[in-house]
Ligand binder design. Structure first.
Ligand code: MN
Length: 131
């Protein structure tokens, strides 16, 4: 079976390194972008199975990038999971109204990260199976 492709949009190099190692451990293929614009461009070119989107990015923020992605007919079905360091009340709602299917808080919980991610990939797999 082909590995699922995950696009990570994250400007913090240490977080990127950690997320990438966890994803590789989970047999995922990884695409990296450090800002919203290149993330959107990569998403359009490579059609990842899921996008992990940091909310706080230099320039365009992750919520705006998610709005663009969720309005793009070619990417509408690609789940976007927000990465947020400020786990404040209201963030989940903001992320969801921008088009995110959910969010993962930073610092990343290395034990639960892959399980959480697989939950967000499930709806897609079920669709494929019933098709
Ligand atoms: Mn950031």
């Amino acid at each position: 079976m082909k590995n699922k492709l995950i696009l990570v949009v994250e400007d913090n190099a240490l977080n990127m390194k950690l997320i990438k190692s966890l994803l590789q451990l989970g047999q995922f293929d990884v695409l990296e972008a450090s800002d919203a614009e290149s993330g959107i461009e990569l998403a359009r070119k490579q059609k990842p199975d899921l996008i992990l989107m940091d909310i706080q990015l230099p320039g365009m923020d992750g919520l705006h990038a998610t709005q663009i992605i969720s309005k793009d007919p070619a990417l509408q079905k690609t789940p976007v999971v927000a990465l947020t360091s400020y786990a404040m009340h209201g963030d989940e709602q903001k992320a969801r109204s921008a088009g995110c299917v959910g969010y993962i808080t930073k610092p990343i919980n290395t034990r639960s990260f892959l399980d959480t991610l697989k939950d967000y990939l499930k709806p897609d797999q079920q669709l494929e199976q019933s098709a």
